[in-house]
Design a protein around this ligand. Structure first.
Ligand SMILES: Nc1ncnc2c1ncn2[C@@H]1O[C@H](COP(=O)(O)OP(=O)(O)OP(=O)(O)O)[C@@H](O)[C@H]1O
Ligand SMILES: [Mg+2]
Length: 372
C-alpha cells in the first residue's frame, strides 16, 4: 500500500474466517469456510445468486450470527460481538439514507452517536466530503441528490468512522453504466488513499477484474478459487471459474486422449497430450486462431453467426457439435466461406477433469518436457 492519505488513514486489519458455517434451519448455506482477507487488500467476492455472498458479509459485519466457527478481525475474535464492536462498516445495494437529514448529517450521524463534538464532526465530514467530491452537496437532503451522489454519501457515512474493515455488498448495482464506471474508478482511488481492508461483493466481472487485489469465487458457499485477477483469468482452477470470468466465456469442448493426442468427438485432433481418458478442454475466445494458411492440422468449423461489437467482432462456429466463439479484430472481413479453419495454440489450452471439472496442471507442458 502506498500514498495513503494522511488525513484519513485507516488502520487496516486482516479478517480470518476459521471453519465458519451457516445454516438456516435444515438448509446449509455455508458448509465450512476457511479464508483470510489480508490487511489492506481489496478482495472481490463473486459467485452465482444464492451462493452465500451476502450471508458471508453479514456474518463478518455481525448482522447474522455464524452457526459455527470463528471470525477473527485483527487479533480479536468477533463472532460473538455486537456489530458496532467489530470495527466494520458496510455499504449495501439499498443504502438507505435518512431522508429528512442533510448529506452532512447523514455522514456525521455515527460520529454524533459516538459523542464527537460538533467541531470534530465538521472536520471529519469535511475531509470525507472532499475525498468523495461532495463538498458542494452537504446541505442537500437525499431527495435532492443524484443516485451517484447518494451512493457517495453512503460510502462517506461508512468511512467517516475510519473502520478497519469496509464491506460493500453490490454497492453500484443501482447506478447506470456511466455512473457505475465513474464510481468504480473513485472506489479504487479511495481504497488506494485510505488503505482499509475491503471486501466487495459484485456480479460484475469488470468490477472484479479492475478493483480486486484478490478475487474470491464462491460456489454453494464453498471456495472455488481465491487468487489474483490475473491467476483467476489465466489459470482458472475449475470449469466453474473458467466460465464465470471472461466475456464471452471460455469455450469448453469434450475431448478424449489416447496418450498422444487429444481428439474432439468427431475425431479431429486438437492438441498433443500425454494423458489418456475423457476430459474437458477450455480455450478463451481471444485465443482461438483463424488459420488462414490452411495447415493440415487446422480444425474445421462451420460458421453459425457473427456479432459486430464495434471494437471487435465475435464469430460463433460449430466445432464438432459445440458452438465455439472467437474474437476477431474490428474491421476484419467476414469469412469468405461457411467453413472456418481454426487452430488452438497449446500454451493457451486448459484441461479439466471430465467428472470433477477441476483443472489438470501440466497437461501440455509435460509433453514438452518429454520431447526434450
Ligand atoms: N434469513 C434467511 N433465512 C433463510 N434463508 C436465507 C436467509 N438469508 C439468506 N437465505 C438463503 O441463503 C442462501 C444464500 O443467500 P445470500 O443472500 O447470501 O446469497 P447471495 O450470494 O448474496 O445472492 P445474490 O447474488 O442473489 O445477492 C440463499 O439460498 C438464500 O435464500
Ligand atoms: Mg446478495
Amino acid at each position: 500500500m502506498n500514498a495513503i492519505d494522511p488525513a484519513i488513514h485507516i488502520a487496516a486489519a486482516n479478517i480470518r474466517l476459521d471453519g465458519v458455517t451457516k445454516s438456516y434451519g435444515a438448509m446449509t448455506v455455508i458448509p465450512k469456510l476457511d479464508v483470510e482477507f489480508r490487511a489492506g487488500e481489496f478482495t472481490v467476492v463473486l459467485g452465482p445468486s444464492g451462493c452465500g455472498k451476502s450471508t458471508l458479509m453479514q456474518m463478518i459485519a455481525g448482522l447474522e450470527r455464524v452457526s459455527g466457527g470463528k471470525i477473527i478481525i485483527g487479533d480479536q475474535e468477533v463472532q460473538d460481538l455486537e456489530p458496532r464492536e467489530r470495527g466494520c462498516a458496510m455499504v449495501f445495494q439499498n443504502y438507505a439514507l435518512y431522508p429528512h437529514m442533510t448529506a452532512f448529517d447523514n455522514i456525521a450521524y455515527s460520529l454524533k452517536i459516538a459523542g464527537l463534538s460538533k467541531a470534530e464532526r465538521r472536520v471529519r465530514v469535511d475531509i470525507v466530503a472532499k475525498m468523495l467530491g461532495l463538498t458542494d452537496y452537504l446541505d442537500r437532503k437525499p431527495g435532492q441528490l443524484s443516485g451517484g451522489q447518494r451512493q457517495r454519501v453512503a460510502i462517506g457515512r461508512a468511512i467517516v468512522r475510519e473502520p478497519a474493515v469496509l464491506l460493500f455488498d453490490e454497492p453500484l448495482s443501482n447506478l447506470d453504466a456511466q455512473l457505475r464506471h465513474d464510481t468504480r474508478i473513485e472506489l479504487a482511488e479511495l481504497h488506494r488513499r485510505i488503505g482499509a481492508t475491503t471486501v466487495f461483493v459484485t456480479h460484475d466481472q469488470v468490477e472484479a477484474m479492475t478493483l480486486a487485489d484478490r478475487i474470491l469465487i464462491l460456489n454453494k458457499g464453498e471456495i472455488e478459487q481465491y487468487d489474483t485477477p490475473k491467476a483467476i483469468y489465466h489459470k482458472p482452477a475449475s470449469i466453474f471459474v473458467a466460465k464465470f470470468i471472461g466475456s464471452p466465456p471460455m469455450n469448453i469442448l469434450a475431448v478424449s486422449g489416447d496418450g498422444a493426442v487429444l481428439r474432439l468427438s468427431d475425431g479431429q485432433a486438437i492438441a498433443e497430450c500425454h494423458l489418456k481418458g475423457d476430459f474437458q478442454l477450455g480455450i478463451r475466445p481471444e485465443d482461438v486462431v483463424l488459420d488462414k494458411s490452411s495447415t493440415a492440422t487446422a480444425l474445421r468449423a462451420h460458421v453459425r453467426y457473427r456479432e459486430d461489437l464495434g471494437s471487435h467482432s465475435i464469430l460463433a462456429a460449430d466445432l464438432s457439435g459445440t458452438v465455439v466463439r472467437l474474437t476477431t479484430p474490428f474491421g476484419s472481413p467476414p469469412p469468405d466461406s461457411n467453413v472456418l479453419l481454426l487452430s488452438c495454440p497449446p500454451q493457451r489450452l486448459h484441461l479439466f477433469d471430465a467428472v470433477t471439472g477441476k483443472a489438470i496442471d501440466g497437461a501440455f507442458s509435460a509433453r514438452k518436457k518429454d520431447r526434450k
